[in-house]
Ligand binder design. Structure first.
Ligand code: TYM
Length: 334
């Protein structure tokens, strides 16, 4: 069966949105609206796999939606909604809990990283999380999923779940989804340690640029970012074994929409004393308008709630239809 092109992606409302979320995901969501039918979700049910303060969860959900809107996602053209308003996500997730194998789930590196030595104490939801993510995508039969590199393994699992369901029931029902992971923004690293991914759970606020940081904080964080004493190379190969330099050049490249080689042709031979101020200026220029727009949307939470409700109603139409077919395929009596 030919599946028509549909994009789905989601972001957890579980803390500060940062530059990695913006460059690896949100910024890339926007142009896809010109070529695809797009659904962008605030995945609040994923967020509760670890404890969330109810007031903060509510606020963070509005913040992620505000970031979508401020970045240029058009809520009339695309669907923007929060996951918990479309109950079929959990229903399909249960079906997928019964399709996915324990061995597959046990190999998920993000679970191992998050649970650490504490795996007896974390929630069952955290373990089952990738089956819910597969349900998010396949509930809409999405064919393309733009994400950062850290989600690659979850998307491979989504493909395995779709293939096993199709095979078990001898039907070509779910598409084998293509991940869209590319470019210098696929993995933005911590500003304090080039071997660690930029993340909202890093205890150091200096490790990340938050989308709510003002111009002064952005400039301060870039000034304090870890670098090395060598000048920048003129060729990309010279970034090898220089993770912090590689990361800062990658951030410059993705903020400006240019290639790393192009940046090195301009800055090769210069030290960080020249490069960092240029990067700070660029980051402020690109992020300040987004920051202002987010604040403007957040001034009117009711408007955001209306957009999410309208999005959920439109998403529900697709979800209900597909879930009805899943129930028939499985043999549930209606
Ligand atoms: P989450 O909320 O951790 O991150 C949201 C998006 O931001 C990307 N990202 C990064 N990209 C580059 N560099 C980084 N340092 C960086 N940090 C985060 C993530 O790859 C992601 O694209 N499981 C998902 C949410 C989810 C989802 C889905 C995504 C739930 N259902 C269905 C796609 C489709 C997550 O926790 O992302």
């Amino acid at each position: 069966m030919a599946f028509s092109d549909r994009v789905f992606s989601g972001i957890q409302p579980s803390g500060d949105l940062h530059l990695g979320n913006y460059l690896g995901a949100i910024k890339r969501f926007v142009p896809l609206q010109n070529t695809h039918d797009c659904i962008y979700c605030v995945v609040d049910m994923h967020a509760i796999t670890v404890w969330q303060d109810p007031k903060k969860l509510h606020r963070s959900t509005l913040e992620v939606a505000a970031a979508y809107l401020a970045a240029g996602i058009d809520p009339k053209k695309s669907i923007i909604f929060n996951q918990s308003q479309v109950v079929e996500h959990t229903e399909l997730a249960w079906v997928f809990n019964c399709v996915a194998r324990m061995g597959w789930m046990s190999r998920m590196t993000q679970f191992k990283d998050k649970a650490g030595k504490n795996s007896e104490k974390v929630s069952l939801g955290l373990f089952a999380y990738p089956a819910l993510m597969a349900a998010d995508i396949l509930l809409y039969k999405a064919t393309h999923v733009p994400v950062g590199d850290d989600q690659k393994q979850h998307l491979e699992l989504t493909r395995d779940i779709a293939a096993k369901f199709n095979n078990d029931f001898k039907i070509d029902f779910f598409p084998i989804t293509e991940p869209l992971i590319a470019g210098s923004a696929a993995r933005i690293m911590s500003l304090r340690d080039g071997s660690k991914k930029m993340s909202s759970s890093d205890p150091s606020d200096l490790s990340r640029i938050s989308l709510t940081d003002d111009a002064d904080r952005i400039a301060k964080k870039i000034k304090k970012a870890k670098s090395d004493p060598e000048p920048l190379p003129s060729e990309e190969a010279g970034l090898k074994d220089r993770p912090e330099a590689d990361n800062l050049v990658g951030i410059f490249a993705s903020l400006s929409g240019r290639s790393k080689q192009d940046i090195l042709s301009e800055f090769g031979g210069q030290g960080f004393g020249v490069f960092k101020p240029a990067l700070a200026e660029l980051a402020v220029e690109k992020l300040a308008p987004m920051n202002k727009e987010m604040a403007r949307y957040l001034d009117d939470p009711k408007q955001i709630e209306d957009i999410l409700r309208d999005g959920a109603e439109r998403a529900s139409i697709i979800a209900k239809e597909n879930m009805k077919q899943v129930r028939d395929i499985i043999g549930f009596v209606k």
